[in-house]
Ligand binder design. Structure first.
Ligand code: SF4
Length: 498
């Protein structure tokens, strides 16, 4: 949970970003730390709990890696002093992370740096394995001692172990990938190579960019633009790309291994920046489409369409374009709500929603308002926002959600909670409408998701229950409940790396 959650119930009601990875290799020998720093800034929306950068110098002593990582936002962890302590280097990887409370500690911050018999590896991971307990147990039985409670260390261990038997590090990555099940986009730095790997399902995005003689790997294309790099291509599901000797080499031996490519639809609905393009589909365009579909499926007479910032705003624009109802800004978001030591409780008069978001009375007074949001999880936040609109004078509030109802948890790197905590599992559409206090309510239909993502093969499991691969089982959960990295209350959420 983020440090700026004032109100536990409300903060738990939202979905959190997952993780962002970024790597760079400059073949002219220039320092890549500034590019990674700005790349992480551009990916900050994917994780605000901890971050880090590891750099090395391919011309220097083999495998000497300097790392700075810590809890907090990029600008908090990287002060002038800590950034200078990195010392620069022409190859490096970076990471921004979100996890739940159980996994939130400095030890779990990434990149992970591993010293082993063949040298040094630095690894940054976005995703969530579903077979972590088995893999970890296997390693522990072989005498492995873990420094962290995250599945990324399990991945790093498997790569290092395989590397002892292989000629190259990319072969070791391929061997390790045969054992990993779940979602992972990896950026790995070895002494002379930058490696990117994506799980065969392609759950989480990963792309390649280039700026002169600097090659870049990034979770999102928006971060490439931030550092002035051109998009080269996406890493394919199951592909391993190795950047060495000024070229991109590809190993596709794991491509097609899943038999079912499953890009996460929630990247388009919520996680990714609207100025990013993932696997050929622009996020802005997909959100506009979602808004248009909502207008077609749930029309209403109204005076104003507005979106809950950030991810609701583009869908609101789409709704407005399709319906002809004017689009307007009704909310002001306080972007400066950072980490604070003042944490009012639930009974406090300072509501976390009000601190983060305020309604402009002038914009909504006396109006029939269509409010677009990206999701309803437990419903608490939606209810507060509807109340705020009414208190500001809105005559009617019509809520439209640019995603289908959440009915199932996610095991692939998103903190969608268990079924019993999801409002849509407990209430009918009409009951949810009454619970949040809306005049009308409409969700994007599941049948619209394909068109929204322009025909990409998708994972939609949190809406449909159709998981691309088996989720972790009850037995595994019970067996590992005594281990520190698996809390009994939130067994799956604590194992997530992201
Ligand atoms: S279950 Fe939902 S959030 Fe998780 S990967 Fe699939 S679509 Fe994305």
């Amino acid at each position: 949970m983020r440090d700026f959650c004032f109100d536990t119930e409300l903060e738990n009601d939202g979905l959190h970003e997952e993780c962002g990875v970024f790597g760079a290799y400059d073949f002219d020998g220039n320092d890549v730390a500034p590019a990674i720093y700005y790349g992480l800034f551009a990916l900050q929306h994917r994780g605000q709990e901890s971050c880090g950068i590891a750099v090395s110098d391919t011309a220097g002593p083999k495998g000497r890696v300097r790392t700075v990582k810590g809890m907090g936002l990029v600008h908090e962890v990287f002060t002038e002093e800590t950034f200078a302590s990195l010392g620069g280097g022409n190859i490096g990887v970076g990471h921004v992370r979100y996890s739940t409370a159980g996994g939130s500690s400095r030890e779990n911050a990434q990149p992970l740096v591993l010293n082993y018999i063949k040298g040094t590896l630095a690894l940054a991971h976005n995703g969530n394995l579903v077979n972590t307990p088995q893999l970890r147990r296997e390693l522990e039985h072989d005498g492995a001692i873990f420094q962290t409670t995250i599945d990324s260390e399990v991945i790093a261990y498997h790569i290092a172990r395989a590397r002892v038997k292989t000629k190259t590090v990319e072969e070791a990555v391929a061997l390790a990938m045969k054992k990993l099940k779940g979602a992972y986009s990896l950026v790995i730095m070895s002494p002379r190579k930058l490696i990117g790997a994506r799980d065969p399902f392609g759950f989480r995005p990963l792309c390649i960019g280039r700026r002169d003689n600097t090659f870049i790997l990034s979770s999102e294309t928006a971060a490439l633009e931030t550092v002035g790099a051109e998009f080269v291509r996406d890493v394919q599901p199951g592909e391993i790309v190795t950047i060495r000797d000024g070229e991109i080499h590809s190993d596709t031996s794991m491509c097609g291994q899943s038999g079912r490519i499953s890009h996460c639809i929630f990247e388009y609905i919520y996680f990714a920046r609207p100025d990013s393009t993932l696997d050929g589909v622009n996020v802005y365009r997909s959100r506009i489409a979602a808004g248009r579909f909502l207008a077609q499926d749930y029309p209403v007479e109204a005076d104003l369409v507005t979106g809950v910032p950030e991810s609701g705003t583009v869908a609101a624009l789409g709704y407005s374009m399709e319906s002809g109802i004017p689009y307007g800004t009704a909310f002001v978001k306080n972007s400066y709500v950072g980490r604070t030591f003042i944490k009012p409780g639930q009974k406090s008069r300072e509501s976390s929603v009000r601190v983060k978001l305020n309604v402009m009375k002038e914009a909504v007074q006396g109006k029939r308002v269509v409010m677009i949001d990206d999701s309803i999880v437990r419903g608490t936040t939606s209810a507060r926002i509807v109340t705020m609109l009414r208190e500001a004078g809105a005559k009617e509030v019509h809520v439209r959600i640019s995603a289908p109802p959440f009915l199932h948890p996610c095991y692939f790197g998103t903190d969608i909670p268990s079924e019993d905590q999801l409002l849509a599992n407990k209430k009918t559409l009409e009951e949810i409408r009454r619970y949040i206090g809306a005049d009308t309510l409409g969700y994007l239909g599941v049948e619209r998701l394909d068109a929204m993502a322009e025909g990409l093969p998708l994972c939609t499991a949190c809406f449909t229950g159709d998981y691309p691969l088996d989720p972790p089982t009850e037995d595994i959960r019970g067996e590992f409940a005594d281990k520190e990295y698996f809390s009994k209350e939130e067994p799956f959420r604590c194992m997530r790396n992201i």
